[in-house]
Design a protein around this ligand. Structure first.
Ligand code: MN
Ligand code: MN
Length: 466
């Protein structure tokens, strides 16, 4: 016999938030999302830099009927603007006029990593090295004693552009940063703070050890290493000054756990969002509102630079397309709904002291909705209005999306930002949405398959909403 609910239980059901919505159909949802997660993980393995992500996106857009934006040409299904191969805007034409606004999702495709200094190569005591300057907020010690792969674009002295990837194929050589053995780290290292366990100037990448056999040469290992690069790519030492070379973890994405319910991989911040946005965008054929996909660069260093969202790239693109469509750009922005899609700090039971448990996002409990990010006293952020948050939550509920809402850690514990404030500047409504991540900014970030798939479904619903 079915047990009757007590008066208090009925009241609870009516007016209290349902805390366990994420448990509904959990196994079915996990199975449904498996193919999507497999594809996502494969994508992560060959799009480890912003350039690789944008390149892959351009080829997907073109094979789906999108063309390069040209103001003098009629817009067919949709167009894209490739900003220096490092950031991108794509739009699909809607059945409504452009003045009714866009449905925009912006995610970033740059991730924390190690960049080479302009004069990187040296040798010391029978070993060859690269000097680096880290990019984005990393805990430097996490990047020592792991295999690293080299990705980059080199313009050789004779003007040829070469894309280099070394360390991703199982047969390839890899590189690494060495750490001190525990037997000797007592005085030299053990009293350092975590930020300094490995210092910035100690992030030197080991790249070889064999000298050229000629005692007249002062730096015989360096010469040998340079001659290998010269033979393979036509490079000379001066080419490093202009090259963009990034070192990233050489390992591939993997499922985590006996139940394979979690994903471990480098650069899920923010490819988990960028990939979901891209896939949902490609699915948004013949949408009611114009849809827009923005893949941003430089988010991890504050969005500055001409490929970051603090630049005028969105403004100029929308201005141009508005003129073309006889729409008032200001009205277009004011009528636009945007999602700043970025990852949230997942609640980590091992380090629970930094989080407010009832205002945290948990792995496996759905997409994260954060109305503001920033730090102490809500600075460095934009906050979505009550009306907009309500609309977004209604959209998620109507589409049956599992979602949760929280903040980035306890008040005054720390903080962080996203691209939301740069979109808000344009006059559009914007809110942050993503998935919670553990070990964020480490070489091996952790997400939940359930959230990863739920995010894709949320973006499909967002692009479709009327
Ligand atoms: Mn991010
Ligand atoms: Mn980040």
């Amino acid at each position: 016999m079915k047990e009757e609910l007590s008066k208090a239980e009925l009241l609870q059901k009516e007016i209290m938030s349902k805390k366990d919505a994420y448990l509904e159909n959990l196994i079915t949802r996990l199975e449904e999302g498996r193919d999507y997660c497999n594809d996502y993980m494969a994508f992560l393995n060959f799009a480890k830099t912003e350039r690789e992500f944008v390149k892959k996106t351009v080829s997907l857009l073109e094979s789906n009927g999108f063309s390069r934006y040209d103001k003098s040409e009629k817009i067919g299904k949709g167009v894209y603007y490739n900003n220096r191969g490092k950031s991108l805007i794509a739009v699909t034409k809607g059945s409504r006029p452009l003045s009714d606004g866009f449905r925009m999702i912006a995610a970033h495709v740059d991730s924390p990593r190690l960049d080479l200094k302009p004069n990187p190569m040296y040798e010391s005591d029978s070993l060859g090295y690269f000097k680096t300057h880290y990019y984005g907020g990393i805990k430097k010690y996490q990047w020592a004693a792991i295999p690293l792969a080299m990705h980059g674009t080199v313009i050789t002295h004779d003007g040829k552009s070469i894309d280099i990837v070394i360390g991703e194929d199982d047969q390839d050589e890899v590189f690494c940063i060495t750490d001190l053995l525990p037997h000797l780290s007592g005085k030299a290292q053990d009293s350092r703070t975590t930020r300094e366990v490995i210092k910035g100037e100690e992030l030197n990448i080991l790249i070889g050890s064999v000298p050229i056999d000629d005692e007249k040469i002062k730096e015989p290992i360096k010469l040998n290493l340079m001659s290998i690069l010269n033979k393979k790519y036509g490079m000379v030492e001066k080419d490093f000054v202009s090259a963009e070379i990034e070192f990233v973890p050489a390992f591939k994405s993997r499922y985590i756990g006996f139940d394979k319910s979690l994903i471990g991989a480098y650069a899920q911040d923010d490819r988990v969002c960028a990939y979901a946005a891209l896939k949902a965008f490609l699915k948004s054929e013949t949408p009611e509102y114009w849809t827009m996909l923005v893949l941003a660069d430089k988010e991890e260093t504050g969005s500055d630079g001409n490929t970051g969202l603090a630049s005028s790239m969105i403004f100029e693109f929308v201005t141009s397309i508005s003129e073309k469509e006889n729409a008032d750009r200001r009205i277009v922005f004011m009528n636009s709904d945007c999602i700043s899609s970025d990852v949230a700090a997942g609640y980590d039971p091992t380090f629970s002291s930094v989080s407010d448990p009832q205002n945290s996002c948990y792995l496996g409990r759905g997409v994260s909705v954060e109305r503001y990010t920033g730090a102490a006293g809500k600075v460095y952020t934009s906050e979505a209005s009550a009306e907009y948050v309500w609309r977004i939550i209604k959209m998620l509920d109507d589409a049956g999306i599992i979602w949760q809402s929280g903040e980035l850690g306890k008040v005054d514990e720390g903080g962080g930002g996203t691209v939301a404030k740069f979109i808000a500047r344009l006059g559009a409504d914007v809110i942050d949405m993503g998935v919670p991540v553990l070990s964020m900014h480490s070489p091996f970030e952790v997400t939940s398959c359930l959230d990863v798939y739920e995010l894709y479904k949320a973006f499909k619903a967002f692009y479709k909403q009327s």
